[in-house]
Ligand binder design. Structure first.
Ligand SMILES: [Ca+2]
Length: 103
């Protein structure tokens, strides 16, 4: 083991290291490799399906109630009804809700 990366063997040097060469090249079971690859593809497809279902459920749970509440608050704060909240509109809303900051 070498602490400094520049002192370490490169991948190419490592693969031709005498100890590695003595171990021989393992035979690769192509059928097992193919099964493994198919399992990984299946797992990934299941994972993506789970992710899509969870995303759908969360969207349904957040739902319209929260969105409607947020729209009401936004509309109350948007004094000139331009669809944007200025700093002054936000501060005015804050003061109405929490009182004057100076007090
Ligand atoms: Ca506005």
């Amino acid at each position: 083991m070498q602490k400094e990366p520049e002192d370490r063997l490169s991948a190419q040097e490592a693969i031709y290291d005498p100890w590695i060469c003595q171990q021989g090249v393992p035979e690769i079971d192509l059928f097992a490799q193919e099964d493994c690859f198919e399992n990984m593809q299946s797992f990934y497809a299941e994972y993506k399906m789970q992710e899509a279902v969870i995303t759908y459920i969360v969207q349904q749970l957040i739902g319209s109630n929260e969105t409607e509440d947020q729209k009401k608050i936004f509309t109350q704060l948007d004094d000139d009804n331009d669809g944007q909240l200025t700093r002054d509109e936000l501060l005015k809303g804050y003061r109405e809700f929490y009182g004057d900051l100076a007090e």
